[in-house]
Design a protein around this ligand. Structure first.
Ligand code: ADP
Length: 646
């Protein structure tokens, strides 16, 4: 079969060029990347074999073959393999978001550097390669030519990919006795004037060291042809060079931070260090071990539907499946790690998992352990906790709605913005600052904290010294309305018409005072309802505001503005709900409007409509007719500036 020439996708070619010219000093990581790919391929084969009786027995392994004379290094696995299309898609193209992120980070920092021209700084490229791990392409840091031969499980065809990294590669059909992938590196000889590569990647001890450092925990044997001396003659013998010791079975003191870091990287493909690590060793009705990590940053797809979970299930140290959703609730989908139990049968399937009593026990105690380590972090490492919260708080809070059993614990671990300051607060802290007569935990929903802070609805609350939580996440409204209380303390919506910053006594007094205005107010009310009746369910006087003239509140039966907007964003056709316009009878503008409407002044409607639009703006909501609003505002300015008289 003829050889076909293909071109790398332009981003891939760019990355390759970068690898070839890389001055990165830690080039040995190419081996970590190849072994990690091989291990993933073996995991995938295992999953496919478990779910079908078509395939027979096989002995999973990763092989390293070195040839000192020819200066080649070959890494072979008998994993899932790739079809011709998969080679083109996965190797010839960059699909992975991490790698794209890498490229844009390189470009960004190159631009930064051009500005700063800081000659002493470490090569950015160098730094970034270390952070990201750029997969298969890292082989080009040490090779002149790379050959990849692969045969997909279940296929008879094998394909050979070959490239010198110069922008193109060739593909040609070939044969392989079994499925899997083999990657052969033609190690680079130093060019003219270049010094010899510091490390000889065909040297047994160099390779042993690298494997030990990065890949010791890999769950499949890594076999290498090692030198043995027999009768003073050099021979080669296969030897397993990784301990395969599951890191989660080791006591924490036996594992170095570096080993944990490498394991996390292997597991998560995340180039940053994890935020925290949670080790579980549970003994009881079901024995299991777990090693979980909370990343530092949320992945881009945290809120996409059908996103996989981050937990891999092992049984007796054998990999069974990844993305095991039954071991951890969905609101903790960002947690990465492994759970390994001796008490589950090896042939367990995803369907059985859901029903299995033992799995439920594992899930419950894993959850407890996660909560307790979050609580510890909240108490003793506040800054770290806030990093956690900023990245994952929105997902975590979903638990209040989805996991009623643990709702109070999740609330206890939740952080909120409030009028009490610029930072985050817990509900317990909020409660410790509550005034003795305060009836509950007040909250106000809105689009963003700064809009909320300027809301007239807060005036009476701040006047009394009551703190109000400022809630801006879409999930917050459902969370508050479904939860009702935290411990014994009620949640109260400061934006609701029926909630006031008053005690029972004060309420009586206020309503007496407001009644005093009713007669004066009647003509204005009438006029406003006539002109704005479509948008409003009521206009009334209120003591909610101190310095503002008007605001909009919702009544219990209408959807809030935020919810309306959220539903519309989700494509639902929601008619605008009617709201209550509250006016401050102590405000000079309102007093004057009451007077004017008694005397039948025609401008009153215009003023009222400006008040209404301005109340909408204060809620962060769109106004129906911005043109009309601007027009009326200009008229008002004319009046105020006495333009007509000039
Ligand atoms: P990453 O492994 O981080 O996704 P790579 O560039 O190393 O990035 O590999 C790209 C893809 O190529 C992998 O996700 C995998 O689908 C495929 N691949 C690489 N190596 C192998 C292998 N040994 N066996 C099967 N598939 C592989």
């Amino acid at each position: 079969m003829a050889q076909e020439t293909h071109f790398f996708q332009s981003e891939a070619a760019e990355l390759l060029k970068m690898m070839i010219h890389s001055v990165y000093s830690n080039k040995e990581i190419f081996l970590r990347e190849l072994i990690s790919n091989a291990s993933d391929a073996l995991d995938k084969r295992r999953i496919e074999v478990l779910s079908s009786d078509e395939y027979g027995e096989y002995e999973a392994r990763i092989r390293i073959e070195r040839d000192k004379e020819k200066k080649t290094l070959t890494i072979t696995d008998n994993g899932i393999g790739m079809t011709r299309e998969e080679i083109v898609d996965y190797i010839g193209t960059i699909a992975k978001s991490g790698t794209k992120e890498f490229l844009s980070a390189v470009k960004r920092s190159a631009a930064d550097k051009a500005e700063k021209t800081d000659k002493n700084s470490l090569s950015t490229q160098e730094m970034l390669i270390g952070q990201f791990g750029v997969g298969f392409y890292s082989t080009f840091m040490v090779s002149d030519k790379v050959e990849l031969v692969s045969r997909r499980l279940g296929s008879a065809e094998a394909w050979k990919f070959e490239s010198t990294g110069d922008g193109s590669y060739t593909l040609e059909e070939t044969t392989l006795p079994e499925c899997g992938t083999s990657v052969k590196l033609y190690l680079r000889a130093p060019g003219e004037g270049e010094k010899e590569e510091e490390k000889d990647y065909t040297d047994e001890w160099v390779l042993r060291d690298i494997v030990k450092k990065y890949s010791d925990f890999i769950g499949y044997p890594i076999v290498m042809n090692c030198t043995k001396w027999k009768d003073k003659k050099e021979t080669f013998e296969d030897e397993v060079i990784n301990s395969q010791k599951a890191i989660w079975y080791k006591a924490e003191g036996e594992v170095t931070e570096d080993e944990y870091r490498e394991f996390y990287r292997h597991l998560s493909h995340d180039w940053q260090e994890p935020l925290t690590r949670i080790a579980i060793n549970a003994e009881g009705s079901v024995n299991f071990r777990g090693l979980l990590f909370i990343p530092r940053q949320a992945p881009f797809d945290l809120f996409m539907n059908d996103r996989g979970g981050g937990i891999s299930l092992y049984i007796k140290r054998v990999f069974i499946m990844n993305d095991c959703k039954d071991l951890i609730p969905e609101y903790l989908r960002f947690v990465k790690g492994v759970i390994d139990s001796e008490d589950l049968p090896l042939n367990i399937s995803r369907e059985i998992l859901q029903e299995d009593q033992r799995v439920r026990v594992i899930r419950r105690s894993t959850l407890r352990k996660i909560f307790s380590s979050l609580r510890k972090m909240l108490e003793s490492e506040r800054e770290k906790y806030e990093t956690f919260w900023t990245a994952f708080g929105r997902a975590f809070k979903e638990g209040v709605i989805r996991d009623r059993e643990n709702a109070q614990t999740i609330l206890e671990l939740s952080l909120f913005r409030s009028t009490g300051g610029d930072g985050w607060t817990t509900l317990d802290n909020y409660k410790s600052r509550m005034k003795p007569e305060q009836e509950g935990i007040y909250y106000l929903l809105g689009r963003d904290v700064s809009t909320l802070k300027g809301s007239p609805k807060l005036e009476a609350f701040s006047d009394k010294g009551y703190e109000v939580l400022l809630l801006t996440d879409p999930v917050d409204e459902v969370l508050m309305t479904q939860t009702h209380d935290y411990g014994e303390t009620k949640f109260l919506d400061a934006g609701s018409g029926s909630v006031q910053a008053e005690t029972e006594e004060e309420r009586k007094e206020t309503s007496k005072k407001l009644e005093g205005f009713e007669a004066e107010f009647a003509p204005l009310k009438d006029k406003i309802m006539k002109s704005l009746g479509e948008a409003l369910s009521d206009v009334r006087l209120s003591a909610r505001m101190k310095s503002s003239p008007a605001c909009l509140v919702s009544d219990e039966n209408t959807m809030s503005l935020q919810m309306e907007q959220l539903m519309r964003a989700m494509g639902q056709n929601v008619p605008p709900g009617k709201r209550i316009l509250e006016l401050n009878p102590e405000h000079p503008v309102i007093r004057r409007l009451m007077e004017l409407s008694r005397s039948g002044d025609g401008k009153v409607e215009d003023f009222a409509s400006v008040l209404y639009d301005q109340a909408l703006i204060l809620d962060g909501a769109p106004i129906a007719d911005p043109g009309r609003f601007a027009h009326r505002l200009a008229d008002i300015m004319n009046l105020a500036l006495e333009v007509d008289k000039k």
